[in-house]
Design a protein around this ligand. Structure first.
Ligand code: S5P
Length: 449
């Protein structure tokens, strides 16, 4: 007992737990904050900790040790050195090249892997880690955790049949620090109250369109149209003749904020078509959005944008571009709003979390970019566009995956939904546009509450 208390007091000096007011990842305001990473700064404490953890799992069967990144990585390593049990490393992200494995090291199917974690809260992320390890053919029966925040995680894992060994509970930590005068009576009462009556995480509020801080003039225009027309619908006009396109524009124009085009699929493309579209767009108040999905170096993109058959720069209000070639490649799109494709809707898309994070970074740093195409909530400074929306289908036979308007507005907090076949392939495009407009706008309004 004395040894554990001793360890805790020394670890406290390193700053593994702080008291005050902290906003956690969940949005909850917490009176304390735990971060075990500073432990690595004291090799002696790390050794003591590892020995303590190994003692806890003395009777557990395991052939491998895996520390969950990042805080528990050094703990797992130290335990491996002390026990002679080999270590495996679980990646946080697939590196996207080479072996493409999520787990690195030498191991065989069916081996038992002990998981080491610093803190357990709800248990959710540990469950995800277990799943990834098991997917590699390994077995997990035991987990060892330094601190249990006592928020249901242990039970969740035990219910699924995993044994969880913990060194400290948060209540024990608070009691010990109080007993040794590291914590005042008042602070202790405050923390105990928080632990006994944990607050629910605040719902992520969505910013209404009028509250969005969008600098780009085209972004502002889109918002203006949306509020005026009570529509966050963009129709994707993927038809292949000028006459179909003009007919569609007439029919849906009153109900959309933009008409998305793929001009390179139009068999009889001409600038006469563009002139006519511009007249309809002006009269019905929507923008022309060329879904070119540029994906090249800046110089080539500039030529594709300004030259060639379509002269996109001369008439488009908005274009799509992949941020894959980096920030500078997007600078060539002058006088249009760029929508960066950061995540695709199709099954098996290569836009994984790692790519999306980096692509969002590029988008946020590019002044030409007014928003992104994605299937998830993004930062408030960007407008979010979500394609893959259909009221009656779940997908097609070529990988497209559909969500309902309800889902994209409520779960992703999207700002604009993009609907193609749901409208242009319906018997009455105007009626369908109204149906999508209403479903989308209602879901948007409901998502504000
Ligand atoms: O990830 C994406 C990005 C885009 S821009 N998934 C998509 O489907 N799109 C486009 O949205 C696609 O090129 C097509 O024009 C439209 C969806 O059409 P639908 O018929 O499947 O609704």
């Amino acid at each position: 007992m004395q040894q554990r208390e001793d360890f805790l007091l020394k670890a406290y000096e390193l700053g593994i737990i702080k008291f005050g007011n902290f906003t956690l990842k969940s949005g909850i305001e917490s009176p304390f904050y735990v971060d075990l990473r500073p432990l690595s700064s004291s090799p002696q404490l790390l050794k003591t900790l590892s020995n303590n953890l190994l003692e806890l799992v003395e009777d557990a069967p395991f052939d491998l040790i895996c520390g969950v990144p990042y805080a528990a990585l050094p703990m797992g390593t130290t335990m491996s050195l002390a026990s002679g049990v080999p270590l495996i490393i679980k990646r946080k992200e697939n590196k996207g090249y080479g072996t493409k494995r999520m787990v690195e090291g030498v191991y065989e199917d069916g081996q038992n892997c002990l998981l080491v974690e610093d803190v357990i809260t709800s248990g959710q992320s540990l469950l995800e880690t277990i799943e990834e390890i098991e997917r590699e053919g390994l077995k997990v029966t035991d987990l060892v955790v330094v601190l249990d925040r006592e928020q249901g995680g242990i039970n969740k894992l035990r219910d699924k049949g995993y044994r969880v060994h913990t060194l400290f509970t948060i209540n024990e930590v608070i009691d010990i620090l109080h007993r040794y005068h590291r914590l005042s009576d008042g602070d202790m009462a405050r923390i105990k109250n928080f632990l006994n009556n944990p607050p629910a995480p605040p719902q992520m509020k969505r910013i209404p369109l009028e509250g969005k801080k969008i600098q780009h003039p085209i972004g502002k225009k889109l918002i203006e149209f949306a509020l005026k027309k009570k529509s966050n619908l963009i129709a994707s006009a993927d038809v292949i003749t000028s006459s179909e396109l003009l007919k569609l524009a007439e029919e849906v124009g009153d109900h959309v904020v933009a008409l998305k085009l793929h001009t390179d699929i139009i068999k009889d493309f001409s600038f006469d078509l563009i002139d006519k579209l511009k007249v309809i767009a002006k009269e019905k108040e929507f923008l022309l959005f060329e879904d070119r999905k540029f994906a090249d170096i800046g110089n080539t993109q500039e030529l594709q944008f300004k030259e060639g058959v379509y002269k996109i720069a001369d008439w488009a209000d908005m274009v799509t571009a992949h941020p894959i070639a980096g920030e500078e490649s997007l600078q060539v799109f002058e006088h249009v709003g760029v929508v960066a494709i950061v995540e695709m809707s199709s099954k098996g898309t290569l836009t994984d979390d790692y790519y999306i994070t980096k692509a969002l970074n590029v988008a946020e740093n590019s002044s030409n970019v007014l928003g992104v195409v994605a299937q998830r909530q993004v930062a408030d400074e960007l407008l979010l566009f979500t394609p893959g929306v259909n009221l009656s289908s779940k997908g097609d036979t070529k990988g497209q995956q559909y969500n309902t308007p309800e889902r994209v507005f409520k779960a992703y907090h999207t700002d604009f939904m993009i609907v193609g076949r749901g409208i242009y392939q319906s018997v009455n495009a105007k009626e369908s546009a109204i149906e999508y407009q209403t479903a989308g706008w209602n879901a948007y309004l409901e998502s504000l509450n």
